[in-house]
Design a protein around this ligand. Structure first.
Ligand code: AMP
Length: 124
């Protein structure tokens, strides 16, 4: 899939729409999700134009990849989530309901988050 410059996170990166910023460096921007699914729900996005995890893993430079990963850790620490724990999630494509076609990870925290997926385990 080609990168769409009009996606909402591209607009946030260009400063065309606001965000509630948590952390920023040369590689990444982190901000609060507009529709939080947990007491803490923050998105971390790379500054480069990558549609999803697959695209980022294949196309981003080692410095971008390392910088992004560090930014995720710094964001969680800045939110005070290290001691209590948190969950990181990345949606890729239709089965995962990826809504915004700019690679991002979700950080959830602030409460016991329950099972990993809604619907629980598959029957064995
Ligand atoms: P995903 O389904 O993984 O693509 O998640 C996209 C996320 O972006 C959703 O959790 C939305 O609530 C969030 N979102 C959409 N627009 C904005 C926005 N303008 N600011 C912050 N979060 C947003």
């Amino acid at each position: 899939m080609a990168y769409d410059d009009n996606n909402v996170f591209a607009k946030i990166l260009r400063g065309e729409i606001p965000c509630k910023k948590v952390y920023e460096d040369e590689h990444a921007l982190a901000f609060h999700d507009i529709n939080p699914q947990a007491p803490v729900h923050v998105l971390v996005i790379p500054k480069g134009k990558y549609v999803s995890m697959v695209d980022f893993a294949a196309g981003a430079s080692p410095a971008e990849q390392a910088g992004f990963l560090r930014a995720v850790g710094k964001t969680a620490a800045a939110l005070g989530l290290d001691a209590g724990g948190y969950r990181i999630l990345a949606n890729h494509g239709a089965n995962a309901h990826q809504e915004v076609p700019h690679f991002h990870v979700h950080i959830f925290g602030g409460k016991r988050l329950g099972p990993m997926l809604s619907g629980g385990s598959l029957p064995r």
